[in-house]
Design a protein around this ligand. Structure first.
Ligand code: PLP
Length: 374
């Protein structure tokens, strides 16, 4: 007998974990528009607009700004494989899971990662970073995560970049969770290479990674002695397709409909305005804080460096982590995140990202937690 496969109808969830976040219906609508060819003149015009909108979101004039056709991890990999060559040295700051992934990328490029370690839940200590810069005058770059999704900590990206620049290092920033949610100024802070993801504060579908390289970073790429080991992520090749105006050469088949979705999500951010979007995330965090503290829950990250879009909340003694999350999912269709690594079982991660950073979600989450923790 022929097997039967039914149409997949996903449950309607409220996504308040570490991402993906709730996708704006405007974006889902854009995604479902008819597919055109990836070299269609109409699509190329759209690509130009996506570039302009990404430059706005990142606050940069960098010409090499575009979405990589793969998730945030591919954006991370693009940055490292293009900028590093075997024998290079990079100072990597780690205070959570994703700094560790940067270290893995550096090592796989045949480079050395000098680690600046800080406790999970604390920001990178600028003094430690400066000590590492002094001790490693041959370092090529400083790499760090702006918004550590595993802990809910905001690293002081502006000061870290300023410090790295004093020591003539390139700056590499992970903005997967920060773009659209908190203050980010690529040109103002002298960021040389940055990558993000579409599924966090841009509230777009997962699967694309906006990236941007400064002119200085482009020079480094152009003057490589060795070939980039990844064909797919080699910026010189990708740029022939994503290049500014002019002729476009086939490199890979772009995820056309996902680019429609990204375009719409960036239009939404542009309509609201960056400052207004950041303020909304800050306001919603305060509303969540008031509601959760009212039922006795505590935030684990100090307010001065707490991310509004990713809230690390302590699990009260005697409460079973997984049981509560399953109950929230089954009874309320509400997803919150588990703690990662050393925070597993000790904390929940509650996301208030992009479209999902609204009063309705805050109240829904507080009421659901109040009910299941009774
Ligand atoms: N960097 C950070 C800070 C992240 O939060 C994530 C994903 O959660 C990534 C990198 C990897 O992104 P992706 O899962 O889209 O590959």
């Amino acid at each position: 007998m022929k097997a039967q496969f039914n149409t997949f109808i996903p449950p309607i969830r409220t996504l308040m974990g570490p991402g993906p976040s709730d996708v704006d219906p405007r974006i889902l609508n854009a995604l479902s528009r008819p597919t055109v060819g990836h070299l269609d003149p109409a699509f190329i015009q759209l690509m130009d607009e996506v570039k302009l909108l990404l430059q706005y979101a990142f606050q940069t004039e960098n010409q090499l700004t575009m979405p990589v056709s793969a998730p945030g991890s591919a954006g991370m990999e693009s940055v490292f494989v293009n900028l590093l060559e075997p024998g290079d040295k990079v100072i990597v700051c780690q205070n959570g899971v994703f700094g560790g992934r940067m270290q893995q990328n550096v090592i796989r490029c045949g480079a050395t990662a000098v680690m600046v370690q800080d406790a999970w839940g604390k920001p990178t200590d600028l003094h430690k970073l400066e000590d590492a810069l002094k001790a490693n005058p041959d370092a090529k770059a400083v790499a760090f995560v702006h918004a550590e999704t595993s802990t809910g900590v905001r690293n002081d990206a502006k000061s870290m970049c300023a410090l790295a620049k004093q020591y003539d290092c390139l700056t590499i920033v992970d903005a997967v969770t920060s773009l659209g949610g908190i203050d980010l100024d690529v040109d103002g802070w002298q960021v040389d290479a940055i990558y993000s993801g579409t599924q966090k504060c841009l509230s777009c579908v997962p699967g694309l990674s906006p990236i941007s390289f400064s002119p200085q970073a482009v020079d480094v790429i152009k003057n490589r002695k060795t070939k980039v080991q990844s064909w797919f992520l080699d910026m010189e090749l990708v740029m022939a397709y994503w290049g500014q105006g002019g002729k476009r050469a086939y490199h890979h088949t772009a995820p056309v409909n996902s680019i429609y979705a990204l375009h719409e999500s960036l239009r939404i951010l542009h309509e609201e305005g960056l400052q207004a979007a950041w303020q909304r995330h800050a306001d919603m965090h305060l509303a969540l804080k008031a509601g959760l503290e009212n039922i006795g829950l505590e935030f684990m990250v100090e307010e001065t460096y707490r991310l509004p879009q990713l809230n690390l909340v302590g699990i009260p003694d005697g409460v079973e982590d997984a049981k509560i999350r399953v109950q929230l999912l089954n009874e309320f269709d509400l997803e919150i995140g588990a703690g990662l690594g050393e925070l597993a079982g000790k904390a929940w991660r509650i996301g208030l990202m992009g479209y999902g950073s609204n009063r309705k979600n805050v109240d829904y989450c507080v009421n659901a937690l109040t009910s299941v923790l009774k």
